[in-house]
Design a protein around this ligand. Sequence first.
Ligand code: MGD
Ligand code: MGD
Ligand code: SF4
Ligand code: MO
Length: 759
Amino acid sequence: MTQLATAYRTCPLCEATCGLEITTRNGAVERIRGDDADVFSKGFVCPKGASLKELHDDPDRLRTPLRRTPSGDFEPISWDEAFAEIDRRLPPILEAAGRDSVAVYLGNPSAHAMAPMIYGRVLLKALGTKNVYSASTVDQFPKQMASALMFGTGLSVPVPDLDRTDHLLILGANPLASNGSLMTSPDVRGRLRAIQERGGKVVVIDPRRTRTAKLADEHFFIRPGTDALALMAMAHVLFDEDLVDLGEAEPWLDGVETVRALALDFPPEAVAGACGIAADDLRRMARDLAAAERAAVYGRIGTTTQAFGTTASWLVDVLNALTGNLDRPGGAMFPKGAAGHGNTKGTPGRGRGARFGRWTSRVRELPEVFGEFPVATLADEIETPGDGQVRALITLAGNPCVSTPNADRLAGALEGLDFMVSVDIYLNETTRHADVILPAPSPLERSHYDLALYTLAVRNVANYSPPVFPKADDMQDEWQTLLRLTGIVTGQGPDADVAAIDDFVAHEAARLETATEGSPLFGRDPDGLMAALEPRRGPERILDLQLRSGPYGDHLGANPEGLTLAKLEAEPHGVDLGPLEPRLPEVLRTASGRVELAPEQITADVTRLHEALAEARDRNGDASMVLVGRRDLRSNNSWMHNLPMLVKGKPRCTVWVHPGDAERLGLADGEPARVVSRAGAVEIPVEVTDDVMPGVVSIPHGWGHDAPGMALSVASDHAGTNSNVLADEMLIEPLTGTAVLNGIPVELTPVRAQEPVPA
Ligand SMILES: Nc1nc2c(c(=O)[nH]1)N[C@H]1C(S)=C(S)[C@@H](COP(=O)(O)OP(=O)(O)OC[C@H]3O[C@@H](n4cnc5c(=O)[nH]c(N)nc54)[C@H](O)[C@@H]3O)O[C@H]1N2
Ligand SMILES: Nc1nc2c(c(=O)[nH]1)N[C@H]1C(S)=C(S)[C@@H](COP(=O)(O)OP(=O)(O)OC[C@H]3O[C@@H](n4cnc5c(=O)[nH]c(N)nc54)[C@H](O)[C@@H]3O)O[C@H]1N2
Ligand code: SF4
Ligand SMILES: [Mo]
């Protein structure tokens, strides 16, 4: 008999958190479409959401643990064998070479699931290594550092209040392709269109004419890496033309005069040449921002993974503050996530602030940021002998061999490790170097709640999804895998009592909550809390605790109308907690209890900005080329190219070259070019287009699926080229160590002009 059923599930693939309606028949996915009743996404879905069917069914997706054999192949093994092997090989390294000899790399999907968000942290703590790396240093740390220094926590990131703004200035983001980032917002296109429909304006600054730029009312090309100059110039105009109006936030703002003094040196006329934007246009952009009733400035990847990532990210919110748009409806506002986070915990309005550089990396002496080292130095730490050398690596949901700079060097370094474990769903460019691969369930076989993304959402919402399907026979929950690894690194062996460790973790969470002044549960008995959370276990128990102690929570009885996980379970389309609300000063966790508009660590970087400006003047008019990235709606970083519906059609991994540059360099549309940087060289087909600025070329990241020994049968037929072979691991932004992935100096030559390489 046919069993038809409908399940509602939040899509875990990108930051937009769309609600999906998943129709199943006899335990298989029949159809996936947008959930019209979802309180946030209201039916919006992108092709990737629908591709979850192919992901779930993908025969290449790992179903059992794998072990690398001496010949370099992989053989399936049981979970018990896998953990026994890890227990045989990892603890001796820890014992002989110390905790720092084991590095961990956390990839992007680990911010999109509860198990790694909660239990990844447990594993890290148990491991006690300083060698923690993640995708954050090829992504958003600059924005998080700026936010932490200005507002007190790394997740106090103001997001544009899309649904109420009249004027949106976007720098270095293409939300029509990416679906938004550090701005959780399903259906960005609809929300941008609505701005225009209510008479507002969207302005985009990007070295490419993106889909977002095409929708916008105005678009300006910008020379990569010069956003901080452009933003400084706009700040200059605001002061110069007496347009500064701090609005309601004024009583909480410190450092306005420091900003004024710094901006004085950057009139639009001085930076126009470097940025490639006319002085008049910079002036007008600043005036428009000031004139709009409600405006927001928003910057993303193009402003973070570049030479001035932190400084540009800071200036985005400086402009929001100077125009009175910080914390105002229609401006840039602070979300309030239901599961709580740094700026909803402890004493409202004041905190410990943020400290960076508490320790430094061994080889390049790079400062720690949010407890991590830059992934751009991971290869150094593996390759360089000496005390504290990294000898083993655990990767969790990451593909650094494609996603991080000088990818080829890192791949070589991984081969030199004594031991490597990957928790991953594919045998891919990175996991092929592992000795043991531990699979994770399909997204449809696990529950979901967006712990991180709802703290960045343009509307306060909460949505929990139970698993659509029970786990496949041989599958183990990812959280249990992480706890078994925790058992191994704490010397409890391969068969540690996972339930007991989980009890311990939950009890610690309850204890911490009851011991935190300002918590609604302060002073309560942790054992009583534990009893109230029965019979939940694993991520659900922690989530229930976080929801119930969070800003909308039931406070375990004290606020009976409040949120609980049970309430979310009863609302498959999510719970709408309303539009963003002003949160100053309560949101602040700075030591001063004020908004630090001019944090010293960042303002010190303005010296470098002056130098960059001088250099740009010297360079004026030369023919040097720089590389930037791009995203495509049907990709998700490096790992979804094994799904036929996402790779069909014409190849997308091409280098965009402006017609003028193509002519000068002898490059022809459709012909291969050789692109060379300090770090490496690739050959890639040329796409001649005036959608890219002269002097700039663009290659999407996440491709290059041609390494040997992988099990990616579809992706390897659409291999493309790995752009991070070109990204230079020595080019990092100094404050956070985030890799410069946009604005990489490159040279291009036609391949046909090359001498054939002698055999
Ligand atoms: N040149 C250039 N490089 C870039 C960028 C760029 O714009 N330009 N963008 C950067 C950004 S923003 C990011 S976030 C990084 C991403 O960097 P990474 O996170 O290292 O790379 P991903 O491609 O996201 O790889 C995710 C990995 O997780 C696995 N995976 C997927 N789902 C699961 C799961 O449920 N459980 C487990 N255990 N594994 C899973 C996949 O198989 C894959 O191996 O790339 C960065 N690299
Ligand atoms: N379809 C799809 N969606 C995704 C992802 C994906 O790979 N594919 N990845 C997800 C992840 S992990 C993230 S972090 C987000 C990222 O989300 P977005 O930041 O929106 O990502 P991009 O589309 O890469 O947009 C970055 C833009 O910056 C421009 N740019 C490059 N250099 C500069 C510069 O110096 N200045 C300025 N002003 N612009 C510059 C690029 O041309 C590009 O258009 O997307 C997420 N969503
Ligand atoms: S926009 Fe993002 S969350 Fe929405 S369906 Fe697409 S991949 Fe999933
Ligand atoms: Mo990212």
